[in-house]
Ligand binder design. Sequence first.
Ligand SMILES: [Zn+2]
Ligand SMILES: [Zn+2]
Length: 723
Amino acid sequence: MPVTRARLLVMNAALGPLDYRVPEGMAVEHGSVVVAPLGPRQVTGIVWEEERLPSDRVPDEKLRPLLGMLDVPPIRAELRRLIEWTADYYVAPMAAVARMVIASGGALRGPATMTEYRLTGGAPERMTAQRQRAIEALEGEQATIRELSGIAGVSEGVLRGLVNHGVLEPVEVDVDRPYPRASADHHLPDLSAEQREVAGRLVEAVEARAFAPILIDGVTGSGKTETYFEAIGAAIAEGRQVLVMLPEIALTEAFLGRFEERFGALPVVWHSSLKSTERRRAWRAIASGEAQVVVGARSALFLPYANLGLIVVDEAHEISFKQDDGVRYNARDVAVMRARFEGIPVVLASATPALESLHMADTGIYEKLVLPSRFGGAQLPDIKLVDLTEEKPGSGAWIAPPLRAALIDRLEKGEQSLLFLNRRGYAPLTLCRHCGFRFQCPNCSAWLVEHRLSRRLACHHCGHETAPPGKCPECGEPDCLVACGPGVERIADEVAEMLPEARVAVVTSDTLNSPEKAAEFVAMAEAKAIDVIVGTQLVTKGFHFPELTLVGVIDADLGLEGGDLRAAERTYQQVAQVAGRAGRGAKPGEVLIQTRHPEAPVIAALEAGDRDAFYEAETDARRYAGAPPFGRWAAIIVSSEDEREAREAAQRLGSTRPHLDDVQVLGPAPAPMALLRGRYRFRLLLNAKRSAELQQVIRVWLSGVEHPPGVRIGVDIDPYSFV
Ligand SMILES: [Zn+2]
Ligand SMILES: [Zn+2]
C-alpha cells in the first residue's frame, strides 16, 4: 500500500520527529531517505515507522509535501532497529546515531562522474621545458588536473595549456567505479590442525545465517587472523558482505597486505580521513552491496550494508573501540547488537579478551573458540621481572642494568629489541628549576608534554601547542627548564647514548601518523634496518617481526596509577600484548618487565604467565566493587565555559538525584580533568545493580532539570575513562 504520509527522523538532533505529505507518484517506503521543507530551509530525513517514533499527530490538511527522495537504497529495518537501540542504550539523540549511518553527504547526491585527463600522444605547437617535463612525467597516468600537477611537479596552468593544445584529453570517469573483486579461494592457506578446527566452526556459523556471538581466545601469534579469513572466504563465496573492525588505522596497512595475498584484491577501507570522493564511493558500494569486505575503524559499524553476512572485531579488547565524544558508544558491544538484528555471526578476536567478554563466554552467552599455541611451533616468550627498587637505573636514566645487558646482547647477535612505554613525546612535564613553574595547558587540567623531535610543548587533550621558550615565562630565568620523567623520545635518547651504533626507531601516533609511514616502518623493521624499536601502545599489537627477540617494558606500574576501574586489566592486556611481540619466529623471545611493585597481583600474574589467576583476582575485585560485568557504571558530565555556571548546573542536577535501592549516585565533584578544551567539568557517577533500569532512570532524571544554554550534559554509559 502506498504511503501517503511520512514521519521523518530528521538529521538534526535539535528537532523531534516531523510529519509530511507524500506527493503523488513518490514511491516512499520505511527507510527511504528524503528531503523535506523546514521553514525556508531543507532537511534530510529517514522515513520511519510512525508507531516507533511517537509525536503529536498533525492533521493531513496541515502537512507540507516532501520535496524529493534521494537516490540511495532505503535504510533497512535491521539498521533502523540498531539506530533505535543505540540511541536508547547510550541515552543519545536518534538523529546523532542516524548521522553515523548517513556518513557521506556526497553519496546522497546520486551517481556522479568526474573528469580526468590523459596524454593523447600529440605534441604542443610550442614546446617549453615545463611542458616537456610534464609530458615525460605523465606517461601512462590518468587523474584530475590537480593530481597530475602533483605527479608532474608543474603548475595546473601548464597542464591546462596542454589541454588547450590537445596534448591532454579529458576522460569522464564514474566516481563510484566498482572495486576489484576479492576471490574466496585466491590463495588457500596452510592451516594447523587447531586453526582448521576453529576455522571450520566459523565457516559453519557463516553458512548457518543466524546470530552467533563467538569469542576467539588465542594467544599472541596463534594465527587468529588466518582462521577468521576462512569465515570471510565463506561469506564472499555466498555473495554476502563482511565488516572487519580494527582498533587502529595504523594497523590497517599490515592487514591489507595479508588480505590481498589471501583474496587477490584489497578490501574497501573506511576511516575518518578518507577523501570525500573515496568516502562517497565506499558508502555507495556498501549500500548497494557491491563492497564485499569493508575494513574500518569503529565508524564503519553504522554503515548501511545491503547484505551483511559476518562481522569481525579484531583486537576486541582494545579501548579505542569506545568512542568518548558525540554518541559515547562501545563499537565492540554495538557490533554484537548489530549481528543480533541482522541475524549473523559476530567474531570477537583477542589474545587478552576483556573481562566482560570472557564472562559472557563463561556464562554460555558467547561461544568460545580457543587457539592455545603459537603457529609454526614458535614458543611463548620467557618473562622476567626487573625490580627497580633493587636494580636501579642511573640518575636521569630509566633502563636498569639487566635490560641494558639484554639490549647489548641482542645488538651483538644482530637481533631486534622493542622497548615499550605508553607515553608519547620526550617528557610528560616540564618545570623551571629556578621558581618551580610548571607548563600547563591553558584549556585543560593537564601538563604540556615536551616533544623534542618536533620542537614543541603540546597538550594531548586539546591539541594546544607552543614552542619551548628559551627562558622561564614566570621568573624570566634563562636555560632553567627541566624535563621531568620519560616519554618514548627520551628512552630513545638513552638507548642512542648507551648503544651509539644501534639504529633506533620511535613508534608513536606522532611518528606513524599515516598508512604510508606505517608501511615504511614495517618494511624497515622486516628488512632489519632497525635494531631497537621504542614505542607506545601502538606497537603492542598487530606487528609480526620474526627477528624481534627482546621486549623491555620500561614502567609496568604506569598504568596502575590513577583511579581507572580497568587499570589492572589494561596493564595486563598491554604488557601481555607487547610481550607477545617477542619470539614470533624461530628464535625464542625474552621479556623483561621493569616494576617497583613486583608483588602486585597483576605483575605477579604476568611473570607467572598465569592468565587465569589474573582474571580470577580481577573478577573478585570487580564483583566486590559492583563493577562490570557484575554491576554497571554511568557518568554524567556537566560542562560549561563558565566555571560557576557548570558548578551550579551540577549542583542543581545533584539536588534532584533519584533515591533508589539499585542505583547509587556519587558527586557532583570536579571531574579529574576539571578543565578540558576550555570547558569546566563536573561529574556525577552512577553505580547500578544489573537489575536496574539505568538508562530510564537517567532519562527521567535529566528531563526534569533545565539548564542555561551554555551548559552541556554528557552521558557516558559503561564508561572506560573516568576523566
Ligand atoms: Zn622560573
Ligand atoms: Zn589542552
